[in-house]
Each structure stands twice: as structure tokens, then as C-alpha cells.
Design a protein around this ligand. Structure first.
Ligand code: DAK
Length: 264
């Protein structure tokens, strides 16, 4: 691993082989997100968006906490305007993660609750340790999810199961989340980072433009009609065919060697 870079008091980044690992390092509060952390995450993602060196992002936590939601201390006794301001900021940052051109993997080590679960849902893949716990406990606070919990989760697992989680606030483990199709694999804690990194590096090795287009096509395809989505897929493929990387990929196959992709 390369040297650690401190993004914020509680956010640390390391990089290797085109993969950036961003670790939420606030075990004393199980990774709860303060406003300052959300702001720092927002500027980090803004920079990452145009950083061609990074091909995949892995997001993880520390100890028992992935992210146990928004910092509830900051929810107490603030004005409605300040509360709304925090919600707007979070929404913008969560959207930035969803729209990140590079794929993102959530490596969920512990509690992923409220905003923490929603943050994982903004990633393209979720890998969970057997210690992971997912849930939307906002109803227990007299609130509701504000980071896509009622919307994104419903699209992924359907209305009845989403309502059950939103309205009871109960927690589920990785195995149950995997059965629902939210998690790609559940592994022992010691295997979490190796598994997430193997997935990330397996993607980082592929042609960067094709990877970015692939992510965008799947996401956009979910939000538009079949005809328009199929047309966009054809247009993307036609464009990719003109790239240097596609020429290199085909040549490498025919010459029986590894391709060297340059992202153009
Ligand atoms: N905020 C602040 N501190 C927290 C915290 C949180 N969310 N979760 C845990 N902690 C702190 C605890 O206060 C405790 O601190 P000390 O007392 O030691 O100082 C320490 O972490 C360890 O927690 P516990 O002592 O409670 O540990 P346990 O093992 O007994 O219980 C637990 C673990 C995770 C089940 C429990 O801590 C818990 O229920 N935590 C609260 C989880 C929660 O309700 N989270 C949802 C918050 S609302 C939006 C985006 C996001 C959001 C909203 C809008 N937009 C895009 C608009 C998000 C909203 C939320 O997440």
C-alpha cells in the first residue's frame, strides 16, 4: 500500500494499483458522519471524479463501525434550517458518489446504519463481512431516511421488503442482505479487504473507458425507457470501437499477450 493521506481527521486514503481505499476512521462513534466529514467526503469525491490515476474507489470503516449513520449529536437542538442544510449537503454528496465515473465498492466491516447503509447503496458493489449489520433505524428516532433509503432501496429490493426495513428499523446481517441482492459476497472479517481489493483490482485492470461507460449505461438504463437505453448502448459501443484501447485489446488478444490499456 502507498502512504496514507489524511483527507479529514476521520477519513484516511491509501492508493495501490489504480485503487483508492477511503477509510472512515472514527471507531469511538462507530463511523458516524459529522457535517465536517460529509463536507470532506464531498470535496474528496469532486477531486476523484477527474483523477485518472484512480480507477476504482473502495469505501470502508474501522472496527465495529462502517458508518452508523449521521452523527446524532448534531441532530439535537439545531434549527430546522440548519437540519435542512445538513440534509441538502448530504444529498448532494451522496449523489456525487452515485454519479462518480469510477466504480465504487463498499467494504462493509460493521454497522452500516441509516446514512451508512444509504452510503453503501450509493456504491456499485457491496462486499460484507460476517460482522456487518445493515438497517435504517431512523424511524426509531421519529425520523425517516433522507439519503435514498426509501427510494434507492425500494428500486433494488421492491416495495414490501423496503417498507418492512424502513418501518420497523430492524437490522439485518450480510447473509440476509445477500439474499436480497444488495450484497455481492459475505466473507469472514479477515477476508473483507482482500475480497474487496480483488474485486476492485479486477475492474481496475480493464480498459478504463469501457469500465466507465459500462457503469453509466447500467445506471442510465435503469432510469430510462428500453428503446432509448438500447440506443445509448449501441452508441457507446460504436464510440468505444474508435478508441485506442479497443484496438489494443483486440490486438493483444490476437497476439496472445496481456493488453496495456491507457484510457484513451
Ligand atoms: N451518532 C453519534 N454517535 C454514535 C452513533 C451515531 N449515529 N452511533 C453510535 N454512536 C456512538 C455512541 O453514542 C457511543 O458513544 P459513547 O457513548 O461511547 O461516547 C459509541 O458510538 C458506541 O455506540 P454504543 O455504545 O451505542 O454501541 P452498541 O454496540 O451498544 O450499539 C449501535 C451500536 C450501532 C446499535 C448503536 O450505537 C446505535 O443504534 N447507533 C445509532 C444508529 C442510528 O440510529 N443511525 C441513524 C442516524 S440517522 C441524508 C443522508 C443521510 C442521512 C440523512 C439524510 N441525505 C442525503 C439528505 C442519515 C441519517 C441517519 O443516519
Amino acid at each position: 500500500m502507498s502512504e496514507q493521506r489524511q483527507i479529514h481527521e476521520h477519513l484516511v486514503e491509501t492508493r495501490r494499483n489504480g485503487v483508492a481505499v477511503l477509510r472512515v476512521n472514527r471507531e469511538s462513534a462507530l463511523g458516524a458522519l459529522s457535517r465536517g466529514m460529509v463536507e470532506a467526503l464531498g470535496s474528496y469525491l469532486e477531486d476523484l471524479r477527474v483523477d485518472d490515476e484512480v480507477r476504482v474507489l473502495v469505501l470502508t470503516g474501522t472496527g465495529r463501525g462502517f458508518v452508523a449513520g449521521a452523527d446524532i449529536n448534531e441532530y439535537s437542538e439545531v434549527s430546522r434550517a440548519a437540519f435542512d442544510g445538513y440534509q441538502r449537503l448530504s444529498l448532494e454528496v451522496f449523489e456525487r458518489l452515485t454519479r462518480l465515473p469510477q466504480p465504487a465498492v463498499a467494504a462493509v466491516n460493521g454497522y452500516a446504519l441509516g446514512g451508512g447503509f444509504e452510503l453503501a447503496l450509493c456504491c456499485d458493489f457491496v462486499v460484507a463481512s460476517t460482522a456487518a449489520r445493515f438497517g435504517l433505524p431512523e424511524v426509531k428516532l421519529g425520523l425517516l431516511p433522507g439519503g435514498g433509503g426509501t427510494v434507492r432501496l425500494t428500486r433494488l429490493i421492491g416495495a414490501p421488503r423496503a417498507k418492512e426495513l424502513v418501518l420497523t428499523g430492524r437490522r439485518m446481517d450480510g447473509a440476509e442482505a445477500e439474499r436480497m441482492g444488495l450484497v455481492t459476497s459475505v466473507v469472514e472479517p479477515a477476508e473483507l479487504m482482500p475480497t474487496a481489493l480483488a474485486l476492485a483490482e479486477g475492474i481496475a485492470d480493464q480498459a478504463p473507458l469501457a469500465v466507465r461507460e459500462g457503469k453509466r449505461l447500467v445506471d442510465d438504463g435503469l432510469e430510462s425507457g428500453l428503446g432509448a437505453a438500447l440506443l445509448r448502448e449501441q452508441q457507446s459501443l460504436s464510440w468505444l470501437y474508435t478508441t485506442e484501447d479497443a484496438r489494443e485489446g483486440v490486438a493483444a488478444f490476437l497476439e496472445k499477450r496481456e493488453a496495456r490499456f491507457l484510457g484513451r
